[in-house]
Design a protein around this ligand. Structure first.
Ligand code: ZN
Length: 254
């Protein structure tokens, strides 16, 4: 007879199921926006209060086909994870597992290589200069890692990235891409979409060859705060995305 141990640290079954659906919707939408790289890149969400247990995409699944039920439930303390028959992608395991373990307040961790963000990450100066409302949203909220050292294949890389990130919600990864964290899936999803949009605007402005009109610090700081204080934006965003998927691709919930 199997004894079911109750784990007081875990979120409720209803909460975990809701997280599965929200994360699956995020994969589908990043695919539609062209922000994915087929079966690479990863999104994860903590499902225990200490952040040690989390959901993440299964290895080898295209973003456009991810379903709620197939998201892997992983434990960052489980050393045998990479030996599982359904083992996750090793680079994702080493980064997301350590970020969730070290940053329990960052409930959701999204790592992508979207085109414009990655182009900005390839510049000598990857600063998201405040030149419009979207770029101003990220003023003072981005840590930059200039020390890309190849693909992450050890815990040390996740630990190093958590250290560089510190208390910032977003990590611009030089020569690589971006990692966004948030207190919820909706929050991280919204940040990621807007970060890529902001990078697109900045890169197109750079491509003009003309001098940027960089906003003064106080204006950029005020606008960033206004974004953070604006009610319901992230939740409304993901709710609409799910409403569209419910009509056009409802299997993401399965
Ligand atoms: Zn990457």
């Amino acid at each position: 007879m199997t004894v079911m141990l109750r784990n007081d640290d875990m979120l409720s079954e209803t909460e975990v199921q809701a997280a599965r659906v929200d994360l699956a919707a995020s994969f589908r939408w990043f695919a539609r926006l062209g922000m994915h790289e087929a079966v690479a890149n990863h999104l994860s969400v903590a499902v225990s209060k200490d952040g040690s247990k989390f959901l993440m995409n299964p290895r080898g699944r295209h973003f456009s086909r991810v379903r709620a039920s197939e998201l892997l439930l992983l434990d960052s303390a489980d050393q045998a994870t990479l030996k599982r028959s359904d083992a996750p992608d090793p680079t994702a395991w080493f980064i997301h597992g350590r970020l969730h373990a070290l940053l329990p307040e960052a409930r959701c961790v999204m790592h992508l290589h979207p085109t414009y963000t990655t182009a900005l990450a390839g510049l000598d100066d990857s600063t998201m200069y405040p030149i419009d409302q979207n770029t101003m949203r990220f003023y003072g909220r981005v840590a930059t890692d200039p020390d890309f050292g190849g693909m992450a294949l050890a815990n040390e890389e996740g630990d190093r990235l958590a250290g560089v990130m510190g208390t910032k919600p977003i990590l611009m990864m030089g020569n690589h891409g971006v990692t966004v964290t948030g207190p919820s899936i909706a929050a991280a999803f919204d940040e990621m979409v807007y970060f890529e949009r902001a990078a697109q605007t900045l890169m197109i402005a750079y491509a003009s060859g003309r001098k940027l009109r960089v906003a003064p610090d106080d204006v950029a700081r005020l606008t960033a705060k206004q974004w953070l204080d604006y009610p319901h934006l992230a939740d409304d965003h993901l709710a609409e995305v799910k409403a569209i998927l419910d009509r056009e691709a409802p299997d993401y919930r399965q």
